[in-house]
Design a protein around this ligand. Structure first.
Ligand SMILES: Nc1nc2c(ncn2[C@@H]2O[C@H](COP(=O)(O)OP(=O)(O)O)[C@@H](O)[C@H]2O)c(=O)[nH]1
Ligand SMILES: [Mg+2]
Length: 257
C-alpha cells in the first residue's frame, strides 16, 4: 500500500492467501511475501526515477485482444504533436505489438517475459526497470506501459505507475467485473472498447457499466472504438490530464456519480 499522490491505492497490498492445504504451505507464503516485498521496493525505485525525470506513467492492462495496441496507436497519433511519449511493451514473446507501436513514431522498449523472466504472464517492477535503461526518460513527458494480456496477474504488481487504464472489449461479457474484481478494482479508468461491434452482439453495455460501478464506483468509464475512432479523443484527454498532474484524475463520468 502506498499513498504517494494523495489517493489510497489497494494495489500492492500483501494478501498472499491461505496455503495451509499444501505440504509446502509455510514455504509458499514466505516466498510470495518476499516476492511481493521486493516488487514493492523496486516499484518505489521506479517511482523515484519517474519523479526525477518529471515523467507521468500509465499502466495499460486487459485480457488478450481487447484492443490495447490498436487503441494506443490511435492515441499516439493524436498525442504525438503535443506530448513526448515513450512505450514499454510487455509480451511473453514476439515484437509484433512493439513494431506496431513503433510505427507511430514513439520510442519503444520491449520486454519479452520469455526472455529472462520465466515467461511470466504479467510485467513486474523489475521487468519495467530493465526496460527503463532503454528509454531516455529525461526526454519524455509520458511513458505508457502496455502490460501482458491477462485479466488477473498484471493487476497484482505495482510497477511504479501513476495511473492505470484498463481496456475491456464488449465481446467479453457483462459479468466479468464480478468474476475478475482485482483488476477492475485497481483501474482508474476503463475504456469499454469495440463499441462498433455492439449491433452484432447481445452485450448489454448499460448492465456492464452498472456491474463495473458496483465493483469500482471510482473508476472512470469511457466508451471507445479503436476501429472508428469513437471516444478516442476522450481517452487522449485523460492521458493529457495524467501527463499534466502525474496522478490519476477523475473523468467527467466520475463527477456525474
Ligand atoms: N471491431 C473492432 N476491432 C478492434 C477494436 N480494437 C481492436 N480491435 C481488433 O481486435 C484485435 C486485437 O487488438 P489488439 O490491439 O492487438 O489487442 P491487444 O491484445 O489488447 O493489444 C485486432 O484484430 C484489432 O484490429 C475496435 O474498437 N473494434
Ligand atoms: Mg497488444
Amino acid at each position: 500500500m502506498h499513498d504517494h499522490d494523495g489517493h489510497t491505492h489497494d494495489r500492492g497490498e500483501r494478501d498472499v492467501g491461505d496455503h495451509s492445504g499444501y505440504e509446502s504451505g509455510d514455504l509458499r507464503v514466505d516466498v510470495l511475501e518476499r516476492i511481493l516485498g521486493e516488487n514493492e521496493r523496486t516499484a518505489d525505485a521506479n517511482r523515484s526515477d519517474f519523479a526525477a525525470a518529471n515523467v507521468a506513467v500509465v499502466n495499460v492492462m486487459s485480457s488478450p485482444g481487447a484492443g490495447k495496441t490498436t487503441l494506443l496507436c490511435e492515441v499516439f497519433a493524436r498525442l504525438a504533436p503535443e506530448l513526448r511519449v515513450g512505450v514499454i511493451e510487455g509480451d511473453i514473446e514476439t515484437a509484433i505489438d512493439a513494431d506496431r507501436l513503433a510505427a507511430t513514431g514513439v520510442p519503444v522498449a520491449l520486454v519479452n517475459t520469455a526472455n529472462g523472466f520465466g515467461g511470466e504472464c504479467h510485467l513486474d517492477a523489475t521487468m519495467v526497470r530493465s526496460a527503463l535503461q532503454r528509454l531516455a526518460l529525461d526526454d519524455l513527458d509520458l511513458v505508457v506501459i502496455e502490460n501482458v494480456g491477462n485479466l488477473v496477474c498484471p493487476a497484482e504488481f505495482d510497477v511504479g505507475e501513476a495511473a492505470r487504464l484498463m481496456v475491456y472489449s464488449v465481446t467479453e461479457g457483462e459479468e466479468k467485473p464480478y468474476k475478475y474484481p482485482v483488476m477492475f478494482r485497481s483501474a482508474d479508468v476503463v475504456a469499454i472498447n469495440k463499441v462498433d461491434l455492439l449491433p452484432h452482439l447481445d452485450f448489454d453495455i448499460d448492465a456492464f457499466e452498472s456491474n463495473l460501478h458496483d465493483v469500482n464506483p471510482a473508476a472512470g468509464q469511457l466508451r471507445t472504438s479503436a476501429r472508428t475512432g469513437d471516444g478516442v479523443e476522450a481517452i487522449c484527454d485523460w492521458f493529457r490530464s495524467v501527463a499534466e498532474t502525474h496522478v490519476r484524475v477523475p473523468t467527467p463520468h466520475d463527477e456525474d456519480e
